[in-house]
Design a protein around this ligand. Structure first.
Ligand SMILES: Cc1cc2nc3c(=O)[nH]c(=O)nc-3n(C[C@H](O)[C@H](O)[C@H](O)COP(=O)(O)OP(=O)(O)OC[C@H]3O[C@@H](n4cnc5c(N)ncnc54)[C@H](O)[C@@H]3O)c2cc1C
Length: 372
């Protein structure tokens, strides 16, 4: 694993520096127009950047003190799927406002009876002229109460195996017939929702790819979700980074011998995770597919996030639990919020059990688990 970045006079660096010189304080729209929100996307939306060029861009932007906004459901998951299967008209309509963040997205995949076994979903769309009429309900739809558009999986046929009859639609969240009910979580926040769809009309032009063949595109979305949720930070990149968990532990001090064992255990795990990250990155840099490696990273990393947040809470002492639950805002107690939110890590984006199934079947060559 060799991560030496190209030298200072590399032409790719020089090109980025010229751009930064002419745009010293870029806002979101300027970054989007320059192709820097998702540099790996094809032009004109991205810069067709390979992995090394992306690292160079990160490096140059960091030096210039400019932060590229992290990937949202739109840029992270919906965008790559529209690029993979959308029409030219869909790309032109949806990608620019997604990159500029003037339209925000949610994901309407999970249903009360279809989570890990997503292909058993039952929300139905029936074609009626140039529209689909959609009926059904979705659950755990993150930010569906405040977003403009949703990526929606529906059943359009019952013929063949369940994966065969699924279609992938783009839903304008202001369409009549959509009712979004927030779910209050143990953090006190309203991160996700139940979404009910009653006779919702969606124009056929909002079908991505081919009718009944949406499962292939759903897998594109889920692969992007898994890689994104398996990277960085103890809470899917939203966790504490300044101070880090380790800074906080040092700040709190630790004299109890049992807790000290846990601190050392956590530190050891951190070292393993760092190496795993490098292996994933190395696979990407050499053009390979990290595949099940990102499942290993996610299976270990999600548990690690929970252990880290619980340890901080144990070091802070029980009195901090009396502070109540916190909907996380900039000025709230990130540690209290993170302690509660960390329970979600081993569920969202594919549960830890599902990650272990992938590892068992795809890496260890174990027989496939019996299907019902
Ligand atoms: C923070 C967060 C945000 C989310 N955001 C969204 C969103 O925006 N949009 C969206 O559509 N969904 C979202 N989800 C839902 C998420 O995708 C599902 O919760 C997840 O896929 C698990 O499905 P489930 O909750 O129905 O659990 P189930 O699939 O019912 O699983 C229940 C338990 O059974 C285990 N299990 C299930 N199948 C197997 C198996 N084959 N082998 C072994 N064990 C198994 C699971 O590991 C779990 O422990 C979010 C979830 C979280 C936590």
């Amino acid at each position: 694993m060799d991560f030496t970045l190209p030298p200072d006079n590399d032409p790719r660096r020089l090109e980025i520096r010229v751009w930064l010189d002419t745009h010293p304080h870029p806002d979101r729209t300027t970054l989007a127009t320059g192709g820097f929100i998702a540099p790996h996307w094809p032009g004109p939306w991205g810069r067709d950047a390979d992995a090394v060029t992306q690292l160079i861009i990160d490096d140059e932007f960091q030096r210039a003190g400019i932060r590229i906004p992290g990937a949202s459901i739109g840029v992270g998951w919906a965008g790559p799927t529209i690029i993979a299967g959308g029409t030219q008209a869909q790309k032109e309509r949806f990608l620019p406002p997604m990159l500029a963040n003037t339209e925000d997205w949610c994901q309407l995949f999970s249903e009360p009876e279809a989570g890990s076994d997503l292909a058993s979903l039952r929300t139905r769309a029936v074609r009626d002229g140039d529209h689909y009429i959609v009926n059904g309900s979705k659950i755990w739809s993150t930010r569906a109460d405040v977003t403009d558009w949703g990526i929606l999986l529906v059943r359009t046929s019952d013929d063949g195996p369940p994966q065969k009859g699924i279609s992938y639609l783009l839903l304008d969240m202001t369409t009549p017939g959509i009712e979004v009910r927030p779910i209050v979580e143990m953090t006190g926040g309203r991160h996700f929702n139940e979404t009910f769809l009653t006779d919702v009309e969606i124009p056929v032009e909002n079908l991505v790819g081919t009718e009944n063949e949406g499962w292939r595109l759903a897998k594109v979305t889920l692969a992007n979700e898994r890689v994104s949720l398996s990277q960085g930070g103890v809470l899917w990149g939203r966790g504490p980074d300044d101070p880090t968990v380790l800074d906080r532990i040092r700040e709190l001090g630790c004299e109890d011998p049992i807790l000290r064992q846990r601190v050392a255990d956590l530190y050891t795990e951190m070292a393993v995770l760092r190496l795993l990250n490098q292996r994933v990155m190395s696979a990407q840099l050499t053009g390979g597919d990290p595949g099940p490696l990102s499942s290993i990273r996610k299976a270990i990393g999600d548990k690690h996030g929970q252990k880290a947040m619980t340890l901080v809470k144990d070091l802070e002492g029980p009195s901090t639990m009396l502070d109540g639950h916190y909907p996380y805002e900039e000025d709230e107690d990130l540690w209290a919020w993170g302690h509660y939110f960390s329970r979600a890590l081993t569920i969202g984006g594919g549960t830890s059990e599902v990650q272990r199934n992938i590892i068992g079947e795809r890496l260890l060559g174990l027989p496939r688990e019996p299907r019902p």
